[in-house]
Design a protein around this ligand. Structure first.
Ligand SMILES: NC(=O)C1=CN([C@@H]2O[C@H](COP(=O)(O)OP(=O)(O)OC[C@H]3O[C@@H](n4cnc5c(N)ncnc54)[C@H](OP(=O)(O)O)[C@@H]3O)[C@@H](O)[C@H]2O)C=CC1
Ligand SMILES: O=C(O)C1=N[C@H](C(=O)O)C[C@H](O)C1
Length: 246
């Protein structure tokens, strides 16, 4: 049995994860932790932490995991570059899977995007549109940024240099080398992502729409199983978990 700890237990994802762990034959709920709880005491003896919280909290939790030898699945988004570097350093001390989207479907879409972008590198304007619920605090979503990275790599562009995050006023004609991002926030939208390749005479849209958060919880359990199956240190992604990198 994999002993799973969950931080952010009262959050939208925390609740889904508790249900998923309780329903899984090969996992047991070691501890659920909320803000203000003693995380170090709670994590002692756990095999894997699953953390969907906020970047600052995740890094604090990972530091404790590294001290205790607890592996970790991180779904939190909104990390800046310095925080990502800290996370990578912590992965030298314990095994971590870090992915902005744990759904199998989104990770298949990332593969499709790589193929589409290579074929559509010239003559097609690339725009990424994401929509989420009114409570989401970071933008663009981690998934949209990962989609942007995959597409930028495929067409040989530097995402930091070519990303345009929203437009207003007299923007001038579109620079064809840019990758645009647009964010929608409202209601209870779980997570919609579309990458648009807009050419002259046609447009191609590659979309994923989440209708239930259980997809992220089930993906997280796959990550926990992957880590429990022998990893001790290192930073992994869904590519590794799903075997896409082989
Ligand atoms: N990788 C993926 O597949 C997915 C990633 N996400 C990401 O997961 C994260 C959480 O999403 P969601 O569950 O919707 O958010 P919620 O706000 O519903 O939950 C976040 C939880 O983290 C807790 N938390 C916040 N700050 C701290 C802290 N400093 N210490 C301890 N706990 C803290 C919150 O507690 P409190 O309410 O008391 O502040 C809350 O319980 C987001 O970054 C989101 O983008 C979401 C879905 C899928
Ligand atoms: O905050 C959310 O809800 C989600 N966040 C992740 C992201 O930022 O990409 C994944 C999913 O889209 C839901």
């Amino acid at each position: 049995m994999i002993k799973v700890a969950i931080t952010g237990a009262s959050g939208r994802m925390g609740k889904m994860l508790i249900e998923a762990v309780q329903a899984a034959d090969d996992c047991t709920l070691h501890v659920t932790l909320d803000k203000g709880d003693d995380v170090r005491a709670g994590l002692a003896g756990a095999d894997v932490l699953i953390d969907f919280t906020r970047p600052e909290a995740t890094l604090e939790h990972l530091a404790i995991c590294a001290d205790l030898g607890v592996k970790a699945v991180v779904g939190t988004t909104g990390f800046d570059d310095a925080q990502k570097a800290q996370l990578a350093q912590l992965a030298e001390r314990t095994a971590i899977v870090f992915a902005p989207n744990m759904s199998v479907g989104v990770n298949v879409v990332l593969k499709l995007l790589d193929m589409a972008a290579r074929a559509l590198a010239e003559g097609y304007d690339i725009e990424i549109v994401e929509a989420h619920h009114r409570m989401k605090v970071d933008a663009p979503s981690g998934t949209a940024l990962q989609m942007g990275q995959v597409v930028a790599d495929a067409v040989g562009r530097d995402l930091k240099a070519c990303a345009v995050y929203g437009r207003e006023g007299v923007t001038g004609a579109r620079d064809p080398s840019t990758i645009g991002f647009a964010t929608v926030r409202g209601g209870d939208i779980i997570g919609d992502h579309t990458v648009l390749f807009a050419g002259i005479g046609e447009r191609i849209e590659v979309s994923h729409k989440a209708t239930n958060r259980s997809i992220y919880a089930q993906g997280s359990l796959r990550c926990a199983r992957f880590l429990a199956g022998g990893k001790t240190t290192g930073l992994f992604g869904m590519n590794d978990v799903l075997g896409f990198s082989r």
